[in-house]
Every structure is written in structure tokens, then in C-alpha cells.
Design a protein around this ligand. Structure first.
Ligand code: ADP
Ligand code: ASP
Ligand code: MG
Length: 400
């Protein structure tokens, strides 16, 4: 059972979550709990690091931001104990979560569930601090924003759990973020691949890596509400879904920034000169467009996560000569809108519906990218809601 930030936002909610754990224990289940930091705490910790230094040491960032989850694991253990449930808090490293050394966005390398299994066999409910692990140099690492989902799935796999229940502030996965439109519909089931794609393009309900891991380790994941007693959404294999819509979901991400390098020489090696140093600096580049040009130079436009922008600027400045461009334009006021569905494999015209719907609303498309089951466009951030709502209607997803 994993409880997200809003589900443990204050002491009453921690009591409420503890009550749910108590019910499962009373029903005879063996339960391991994973908790996030109390809502807002991680943001505050991140802000403090950035305020001291925008290009702060990622190891120390991890030392700071990992503390949020430790607080909740202790509080949850206390809440459980006061309900008569034998419980004990565990940090990520105590629970055997080993990661690689990519501080700030580490990947879980292995989980040794031995100690937890022994505690559970002795009747204890372990309450594990999500989002954190131990790197190769014995330093605390964190798994990237939203990473407690991944902690939960990794533990579920290591403990060979029957299910991994992700308790959150919505009662399941919807056709789009229910905060954007009241017409969003709850899905009873969603295919791993669709959930993976939706998460990777911005649907924050599950962290992308948690879905990747669930798919690989065959973990049954359910997303459900920690406030209402209603069935949630099950993440399942594609063939368990009978009717395949053309588009299953729409996601948006405001966490984007667009960078344009003007007049880079149009010759072999230029893309490598730009993107090589960025990848060495651990920057993930998402969409890329390169224009043709007549005068031997070209414009290269790409997107990165907005939080990486200071680092991108620094890297581009450092490699200015090798890249051969003096003009770097950055635009943080962009959003990426994506439509996702395995049904795209068998339906034609999906992208065109998107383009004509946006055109109908007068929204300019700046960059386009596609995959087998996804079409994404970059637009001005101010049109995010308008675009999502219009597309939700255009693809026939609106609730009746
Ligand atoms: P937690 O703190 O529990 O991890 P998150 O804020 O990370 O919760 O994720 C839940 C939020 O994800 C919801 O409040 C909702 O606004 C957002 N969300 C985005 N896309 C979707 C979607 N397709 N279905 C459900 N929720 C979504
Ligand atoms: N507390 C962390 C975050 O806000 C991890 C999580 O909530 O999953 O990103
Ligand atoms: Mg989350």
C-alpha cells in the first residue's frame, strides 16, 4: 500500500491512511507500506536547495529532499501503533533499496527484500520511506519527482506481493487529468503500455519508471483513492481490454522548455556536438527539430525539462565554439500536449484530428513528435487547458 503526498498531508490524513492499513491487516493480509513526503514538503526542500545555489551539488540535494519521506514513515508507524498495529519505519537504505549514482534521478538497481520479509513474517508492518535509496558510494539518492510510486512497485516486486495499491487523491486513472476538465472519465483498466506512455508525457498520476518496472516485473498495480471506498483503475495487459478506443488518454506537461540554436553550421557532427555534452550533463532531451536551410546553416530546436534549463544554458555556453552558434533562444512558456492510445496502431487519421482541432481553436503548433501509440505537440503554455478540453471532446472521450 503506497500513500502519496496528499494522502499523508496532515495528521488526520495520516490517521486515515493508517486506518486503511489496519483494515487490510485485520482482513488477514500481510502488508508493506510505502509513504511519500507530506504534500508540499518536497517542493519546499527543493526550493531551499535552489535558493542557495541554482547549480547545487546533486548529492546534497538528495540528502535534503530525502528527509520528507523519513518524517512520514515515522509518523505513519506511530499512527499504526496507536491503532494497535505492530509497525516499524524503514528508510530506503535500511529496506535494501540500492540505486545507481545518478543523484536526483537515480534508478533502482536492486532491492534486497530479506529484512522486510523477516519483519513481516514476525507480524510487523514495515513502513518504508519512498523516493529514496542508497547509491554505489553509500550516499542517499532520490528517484526523481514522483519517485515513491517506483519505490512501491520495486518493493512489491521484491516481496512478490499479490498487488501494489497506489493510494492517491483521485480514484483512478482518467482519460485526462480530472483537474483540467470535469468531463474526464475514469478508466476501469488501462494497458501497461498506454499508462507508460501517458506517464512519460506528463500524466503525473504514476511515475513513468514505476510503470516500466511494473511491466517488466509483472506487478499488478491498482490506482485508487485514499479518501473514497470505490474501485480504482487496474493497470493490465493490453489483451485484457476488450474495446480499444482510438485514443485512450490525453496528457499535458508544463514542465517543458524550448531551446533554439540559430544558424548552426549544417554539417556532419553538429547534432553530436550539441547533444553529446547535454547527455554527459545528465540532461534529457525530448523533442528535436532541425530545419533545412539554404545558406549552409540551420536552426536546431529542442525541448528539455524546465528544471534543467540553467544547466542547459551553462553547457551550451561552455561548448559554444564546437557548436558554432552564437544565438541561443530559450522559451520556458511552452506546454506539451499528447494523445495516447494503442488503438492508433489500427486507426488512421489520429494526428490529423489533433492538428485540425487545435487549428480550430487558433492554437499554433511549434513542434510535433510521434511514436507508435502517441502524438505530441508543443504549444504556448497559456493554451494548455483549452487544448486538452478541445481534444478530449474531439476524440469522443467526454463523460456522458
Ligand atoms: P500523489 O501525491 O498521491 O503521488 P500525484 O499528485 O503525484 O499524487 O498524482 C495524482 C494527480 O495526478 C491527480 O491529483 C491528478 O491531478 C493528476 N493526474 C494527471 N493526469 C491524470 C490522469 N490521467 N488520471 C488521474 N489523475 C491524473
Ligand atoms: N515526495 C516526492 C515528490 O514529491 C516523491 C513522491 O511524492 O512520489 O516528488
Ligand atoms: Mg505522485
Amino acid at each position: 500500500m503506497k500513500f502519496g503526498g496528499t494522502s499523508v498531508a496532515d495528521l488526520d490524513r495520516i490517521r486515515n491512511a493508517a486506518g486503511r492499513v489496519q483494515r487490510e491487516v485485520a482482513a488477514g493480509h500481510e502488508v508493506a507500506v510505502v509513504v511519500s513526503a507530506m504534500s508540499g514538503v518536497t517542493n519546499q526542500l527543493v526550493e531551499w536547495c535552489a535558493a542557495l545555489s541554482p547549480l547545487h551539488d546533486a548529492r546534497e540535494y538528495d540528502a535534503v529532499v530525502a528527509t520528507g519521506e523519513q518524517v512520514t514513515s515515522g509518523l505513519m508507524a506511530i499512527a499504526l501503533q496507536s491503532l494497535g498495529v505492530e509497525a516499524r519505519s524503514w528508510t530506503g537504505w535500511q529496506a535494501g533499496v540500492q540505486t545507481d549514482g545518478a543523484h536526483g534521478k537515480a534508478r533502482i538497481a536492486s532491492v534486497d527484500g530479506g529484512l522486510l520479509l523477516a519483519a513481516m513474517a514476525a507480524g510487523q508492518v514495515p513502513v518504508v520511506a519512498g523516493f529514496q535509496g542508497l547509491g554505489p558510494e553509500q550516499r542517499i539518492t532520490t528517484l526523481g519527482r514522483g519517485g515513491s510510486d517506483t519505490s512501491a512497485v520495486a518493493l512489491a516486486a521484491a516481496l512478490r506481493a499479490d498487488r501494489c495499491d497506489i493510494y492517491t487523491d483521485v480514484d483512478g486513472v482518467y482519460t485526462t487529468d480530472p483537474r483540467i476538465t470535469a468531463r474526464a472519465r475514469k478508466l476501469d483498466k488501462i494497458a501497461y503500455e498506454e499508462m507508460l506512455e501517458l506517464a512519460s508525457v506528463g500524466a503525473k498520476v504514476l511515475q513513468t519508471r514505476s510503470v516500466e518496472l511494473a511491466m517488466k516485473e509483472r506487478v499488478r498495480v491498482q490506482v485508487l483513492s485514499s479518501f473514497a471506498d470505490v474501485p480504482g483503475t487496474l493497470v493490465v495487459d493490453e489483451d485484457e481490454i476488450v474495446e480499444q478506443a482510438m485514443v485512450s488518454g490525453i496528457a499535458y506537461s508544463r514542465d517543458e522548455a524550448k531551446i533554439t540554436l540559430r544558424h548552426v553550421p549544417d554539417r556532419p557532427g553538429v547534432a553530436a556536438a550539441i547533444f553529446g555534452p547535454l547527455s554527459e550533463a545528465q540532461v534529457n532531451v525530448d523533442m528535436i527539430v532541425q530545419n533545412v536551410s539554404a545558406d549552409g546553416t540551420t536552426d536546431m530546436t529542442f525541448t528539455v525539462s524546465r528544471t534543467d534549463l540553467p544547466r542547459v544554458r551553462a553547457v551550451l555556453a561552455e561548448h559554444r565554439e564546437a557548436i558554432g552558434s552564437n544565438t541561443v533562444l530559450t522559451d520556458p512558456d511552452v506546454a506539451k500536449i499528447s494523445v495516447v492510445g494503442v488503438g492508433m496502431r489500427s486507426h488512421a487519421g489520429v494526428a490529423n484530428i489533433m492538428f485540425s482541432t487545435l487549428a480550430g481553436k487558433g492554437i499554433n503548433i511549434q513542434v510535433i513528435s510521434t511514436s507508435e501509440i502517441k502524438v505530441s505537440v508543443l504549444i504556448a503554455a497559456e493554451y494548455t487547458e483549452l487544448a486538452v478540453r478541445a481534444l478530449h471532446t474531439a476524440y469522443g472521450l467526454d463523460a456522458a
